[in-house]
Structures are given as C-alpha cells and as structure tokens.
Design a protein. Structure first.
Lengths: 358, 427
C-alpha cells in the first residue's frame, strides 16, 4: 500500500542507480538522518550517549568494516579486536604527539594506519583460505595485543600500561575527556558512521564491490573473468582495516577514555563483532547496523527489565543474559541463517504485495 | 492494559519519590565471570553493613542508606554503563573494586563532582589529593603493599635480602603492573633480583610461568593476582612443590576461596593485608542478629567473616563514617556527593570510633587530609592454616617505605597533572 514502486518513474540514469530507488525507502532514510542529526542531539543525556548510542554507533562502524571483509569479500577474519587496538593506539600516539591537531584528522589517520597493518596481515590471504585464514588472523589478534602490552613506547611508558585519552577538541568543541558534552561525542561518532556507511554502500555497489563479491563467490572463476585477486583481496583488507581502525580510535578516545589492551581489545571483541555481522546479515550494510544494535541493546534492555523493573538479583540477570543472548543466536542461525537483513528484505517484499498477496 | 500501565507508572513515581531522600551508595559489583569469587564476598559485606545501619540505627544520621547494585562482570564497558545509569540517582560515592574501571572513572567523577574511593586498588598516585581531588585510596595502596611485602621479607631474613631472587607473578593488566615500578626501585635499594612474570586474563593458563619459576628457583614468589588466577597459581605452586611459606600474595590474593582448592597443600601460604581477619569482632554479632538472622543478608549469606567480606564491610564502614562526617560539617542529614567528598577529606578514624563501631583494632587509625588521600599505608601479614581453615595475622601492621613510595607518587601524579592540565593545590 505505502511501499511500492508503482507511479515512481525514473527519468535519468542517476535516478535509476540511486541507493534507495523506492520512494518510501528514500524518505525513511531521510527521516532517520533528520532525527539522528536534528533531534537526538537536543534530547541526549550522558546515560543515553555513553551506555547506548556511542557503543551502537562505534560497533556499527566496526561491523561495517568486518562485513566488507567477511560478508562481501569472503575472507574470514578473527583479528578485529587486534585491528581495533591498532586504531586506538595509533589515535593515542597521535593525540599525545600533536595535541593541537583536530580530532577528525587523528581519527582518520588512525584508520589509515590500521588499514596499512590490516593489509600486512591480509597478505597471507592470497595463499591461504577459509579456516586457515581465520587462524592466521587469529594470530594477528594475539600478536597485536601482545605487542601493545609488551612495548612501552605504545603506551608512553605509563606505569600501569593503560592509555588515557587526554582532552582534545575539534573546531573548539571538546570531543574527548570527561568534560566533553554528550551531544558533541554523539555527533562526532555519528558523522563518522554516516560517512563510513555511505562510502561502504557506494563501494559495494561499484566495480570494487563487485570484484570482492566475485572473489567471495568463486575465486578461480573470478580470476578467469579478469578479476585480479591480489588487488581485490588487499583492497578489501585495506577498506575493512580503515573502518575498523576508525571504530577502535573512537572506542578508545570518545567512548571509554581509558583502555587496557587485553581487556578492551581481546579475542572476545573479535567474536562480538563477528557475531554482529553474522546475526545482522553477511554482505549487507543494513545488517551491520541491525547486528550492532541487537548486541548492544539486548544486554541493556535485559538489565533494565530484570533489575530495575522486576527487582531480580543482579547475578541472576547477568546469567540470564548469557542464556538469552546465546539462545537467540542459535534460534536466529536456524530460523534465518541470512540474518536480520534477510528478515528486513522479506518484510519489504511482503509489504510491497500487501494487502493483496496473490 | 492502560490502567495497569498507569498504576505501574504511579507506583514507580511513588517509589521514586521518597527514594530521592535516601543516601545512595552504588555497588558496582561482579557476581559473575572469572572474578566473581572475589566480587561476591566483597559485595555481600558492602551490602550487609548498610543493611545493618538501616536496621539497627535507622540509617546514617537518621537517613536510610540505599545500595543500588549493578553488575559489571569486571568489564570496563559494563562499568561505564553502570556508572552512567546510577550517577543520576544521587550516587554519593563509587567503589568499583576494579582497577580498570577506576582508571576510566577518575576523570569522569572529577568532572561530575562525585568522590571515588578505591581502597587498596586503583591508581596509587591518587594518594596525592592535590592532583586527584575526588579520588581517595586510604588506608593503603598497592605500593604500600609491595613495600610491605619487601619489608616482611627483610624482617624474616634478618634485614638483608641482597642477592636474593624474587619472582613477581602478576595479572597482565593495569592492576598487576601497578607494583612493578615500586618493586624495581626497592630491588635497587635492597639489592635483590626481580623477575616479572605476566599472566594473561583470566589467568587459568600458568604452566609456562611456573615452569620458569621451577627453572629459576627464586627464593620468594610474590603474587599480584585476582579472581581465578589466584587459585590456579597456588595449585601450580603446590604442583611444583614450591615451599608455600616463601609464597606471598597481595591482599587481593589472600582469601579463603583462593587457598581452599589446593587443600592441605596450600598450608602456610601468606598474604599481606591492611585490615584484620576473622570474625572475632562485636560488629559481627550485630550483623548476625540484625541482618543474617533477619533474612536480610545479601547474596547467599554464607560469606560473613571471610577476608573479602570483611574488606567489603570495612569499605562500607569508611563510606558511612565519611557520610557522617559530611553530615556534621554541613549540618544537614541529606548530603550531596560534593558534601560527601568534603566528609571523606575530613575523615578521622581513631581507636574510640572503631571501638564504638564494634571493630576494635580492625584497621589502622588515620586522618585524611587534602594533601594525603592515601592514609597511613600500614601493612600486616596473614598466613593460611589449612587444618583449621583460617587466616591469622602473623605480623602486625607496620609502616611501609614511605621514602621510596612518596617520591614515586609525586612523580606519577605530576605526570597526570601535566597531561590533564591540572593545577595541583588545595582549595
């Protein structure tokens, strides 16, 4: 009824190839952007920013990054935590070495450095595939965490081995540190997420994305039709690393403010982001958002319902959380192996036919 | 449906109404995960003491204390969530029982004007109140602990440990790394050799570290562990037949649950402490009467008198006394977090007060001041007796090497001040 293409005429190629060809979709997208940029910054408080929105935005960037590598290019990676750590430590070193430079530049540079490291660890992907590649990236994870624990230069020789984000600003607005206003940190992350998602969406719709998908679907066939596997795989690692690096930098500098590499960027972080991608939907930008929202919000919602509303003991709720999240992951994988993005696709398909499905 | 929702909302509003007047003490606890064994007794002690005050005295200065528990799982991200969700409810003081979360909260509490008490953990240089205005770590900190260990070894070796080998087995995190700097300084001063062996989170895997200990044959092993790491280390030490009396842990590695799994082999294991052990104090009779027997104990109620239960109770007692001090200073029973901070800075713990609280000789006497947020740093030593399953104090509370520690605190807090543009000083 509302959701259909009938009457929505495309008169130019640009119209035809736009990201959201259906009018309803397009308007929904504009409304989401308007609310996110125009409304939420005025309503946000510390709790919403630090407990819900910042982790959601930051994990979304990480999930998009990993989705490019795993979902679009088919290269399984368990090194996400380590690569986020590269972003965080790069950002820390830049922040402390050049305090007067804008945070935007630090975060982008941190992404660039991570992209470079990610390409280095992606080189073996030309020879090894599947599970073996997963093991190689797992090695990257452990190596990077060990490195940041081991070499004091990375944490500026601080006694505890922790890195702490000093107060830094961009255009005179404080972004990091305890005095940063909630709306500023939120908008800062939102801008990065929006730009990353746009870049990712357009990359995956263009030549580069198609070569990635060709490699994913069958690398030998792709090679025969003229896709250069070296270029395709390494660009996927680079772009993925860039996004993951940005998310790591934001995770450290804007969200947590102080980070201990083993605790914040351990193997469980790699799994968490991988779960987000798998639950959300492999090979879908929307799926990255859905997966991040699901895994960030679910524990908070369970806590609010269990502890604040039902007054259950906190340990029971914490245990239930593990049970429920675990069960939901299994149910999802059985009922909808293509993730939440597929649910959304099916729902849209149904909506298009509604109310006359036959 | 609509009606039930309205009643629910009304009920919530009514419940929230009088709750605003309570003195709120958030308890960022962890009853799940690899560190739960230590988190549970501490949190039980913390909760039970406030329950006791409410039941026996009708609260603090006539105002009921309210403990809001929030599960962190020793995880920094959840710690931030807990902090943000409780700070709006009038939180007076935070005690996260996690060095990682402490590092995160230090700048936040300072900006939000809420005091943070990290008793025997956290950032050691917070003892310098001129730089860390809202962070307190009295009565003792990690560096006191490290120096206490060395002093004890000096004492038991006739004052000379030069040429000895001491291995430090530590949790590879901010917590475990904290004593290294002090131990390095002390090794220079006393001429012992320090071998540092990191154990990664969560600490179940220690075979290689203990293999190295077996090969290097250190005279003493010092442990800076927490959670499951302690039990594994003591078991491993027993497995390589390392003499337990030469194995000494920090106060976070010296509770019943750490030594019980190794059974009789753990006999003789030592740990430093900054408060007394056992339940031979009048306050426990009150807790039994008003809290446990009344069925109001937190958790399973089976931890009363354990080392970490005592520590949680001690932490709660210091918070309650600071609240009382704040009430006196500001002449109002309904204090805010800012007043609480003043109360903590003016806190005086003397023997008469401890006696009146039913805790004679339970902890040191001390005065907090703006210059000194760290207390006296007295360190005692306890030893485990596997037969009677008790910890007992074998060395009384003695001062640590303030000359070395004071210099390090000065250095580290100055670095923090310059990093964060803080003008040190007392206002």
């Amino acid at each position: 009824m509302f959701y259909r293409e009938a009457g929505d005429f495309k008169v130019s190629y640009a119209d035809d190839s736009q990201t959201f060809p259906i009018k309803f979709d397009r308007y929904r997208y504009y409304v989401v952007l308007a609310v996110a940029f125009g409304l939420i910054p005025f309503l946000i408080n510390d709790y919403w920013a630090n407990a819900i929105l910042l982790p959601f935005l930051i994990y979304s960037i990480a999930a998009i990054g990993l989705n490019i590598l795993v979902g679009y290019c088919g290269q399984v990676s368990l090194g996400t935590g380590g690569f986020m750590a590269v972003g965080a430590y790069a950002c820390y070193k830049l922040m402390t070495a050049f305090p007067e430079v804008s945070m935007f530049i630090h975060v982008i540079l941190a992404g660039g450095i991570t992209a470079f490291v990610c390409v280095l660890f992606g080189l073996p992907s030309l020879r090894i595939k599947g599970f073996y590649l997963a093991v190689a990236t797992l090695a990257a994870q452990f190596f990077l965490v060990w490195l940041f624990n081991r070499v004091p230069w990375f944490y500026n020789y601080s006694a505890s081995g922790q890195i702490n984000a000093p107060e830094r600003d961009t255009f005179g607005i404080i972004i990091t540190g305890p005095n940063a206003p909630a709306w500023a940190t939120y908008l800062f992350c939102l801008i990065f997420l929006t730009v990353c998602a746009l870049i990712a969406r357009n990359l995956t719709r263009g030549t580069v994305g198609r070569t990635w998908m060709a490699i994913r679907d069958m690398d030998i066939a792709a090679e025969i039709i003229g896709v250069n596997p070296l270029k395709a795989k390494l660009t996927a690692f680079a772009v993925s690393g860039f996004f993951i690096g940005i998310s790591g930098a934001l995770f450290f500098a804007v969200y947590l403010g102080a980070v201990e590499v083993g605790e914040a960027f351990g193997i469980q972080k790699s799994f968490l982001v991988l779960f987000m991608v798998i639950l959300g939907g492999l090979g879908s930008i929307f799926g990255s958002f859905a997966g991040a929202a699901f895994l960030v919000l679910l524990p908070v919602i369970l806590k609010v319902v269990g502890v604040d509303l039902l007054n259950w003991p906190t340990d029971i709720v914490a245990h239930f959380q593990l049970v429920i999240v675990g069960a939901l992951i299994i149910v999802f994988l059985i009922a909808e192996p293509h993730g939440m993005a597929q649910l959304w696709r099916v729902a849209k398909e149904k909506l298009r036919l509604w109310p006359f499905p036959h | 449906m609509k009606k039930t929702l309205t009643t629910l909302a009304l009920g919530a509003a009514m419940a929230a109404g009088p709750a605003m007047a309570d003195l709120v003490f958030p308890d960022l606890s962890y009853r799940t995960g690899p560190y739960a064994a230590g988190g549970i007794p501490f949190s039980d002690g913390y909760n039970d003491y406030f329950t006791l005050l409410n039941e026996r005295d009708g609260g603090i200065g006539g105002v009921k204390a309210k403990v809001i528990e929030c599960e962190t799982g020793y995880n920094t991200e959840k710690g931030v969530e807990c902090y943000e969700s409780t700070k709006g409810q009038g939180a007076l003081i935070y005690q996260p029982l996690s060095t990682g979360i402490t590092y995160q909260l230090i700048p936040k509490v300072t900006a939000d004007n809420i005091p943070l008490h990290t008793m025997g953990y956290g950032r050691t240089s917070a003892a310098n109140g001129e730089v860390f205005s809202h962070v307190f770590n009295y009565p003792a900190n990690y560096w006191n602990g490290a120096s206490g260990v060395v002093n004890y070894l000096l004492e038991s070796n006739g004052g000379d440990i030069s040429g000895k080998k001491i291995a430090l087995i530590y949790h590879n995190s901010a917590y475990g790394k904290e004593p290294i700097r002090t131990l390095e300084e002390l090794s220079k001063k006393h001429g012992f050799e320090l071998i540092a062996l990191p154990v990664d989170h969560p600490g179940q895997e220690q075979k290689s570290q203990w293999l190295q200990i077996r090969r290097d044959r250190p005279d003493n092993v010092v442990m800076w562990g927490w959670g499951v790491m302690n039990q594994v280390a003591i078991q491993e030490a027993a497995n390589i037949r390392f003499p337990m009396e030469n194995f000494i842990g920090v106060w976070w590695s010296g509770a019943e649950h750490d030594v019980m799994p190794a059974g009789a082999k753990a006999d003789g294991y030592k740990a430093v402490t900054f408060h007394n052990v056992g339940r031979d104090f009048p306050v426990f009779d009150d807790i039994q009467k008003y809290v446990v027997d009344a069925g109001k104990a937190a958790g399973a109620g089976d931890q009363v008198g354990n080392v970490l239960y005592n520590r949680g109770m001690y932490a709660a007692m210091l918070a309650a006394e600071a609240a009382k001090t704040a009430q006196e200073i500001h002449g109002t029973a309904d204090i805010t977090a800012a007043m609480m901070r003043d109360g903590m800075e003016a806190l005086v713990i003397d023997e008469a007060k401890m006696e009146a609280l039913g805790m004679p000789n339970f902890g040191p006497t001390f005065n907090v001041s703006c210059e000194n947020h760290g207390g006296p740093g007295l360190v005692g030593v306890t030893q485990w007796d596997a037969e009677s399953k008790t910890w007992s104090l074998i060395s009384d509370f003695k001062p640590s090497d303030t000359e070395v520690i004071g210099k390090l605190i000065e250095e580290d807090s100055a670095a923090y001040a310059s990093e964060n543009n803080i003008e040190p000083g007392c206002s």
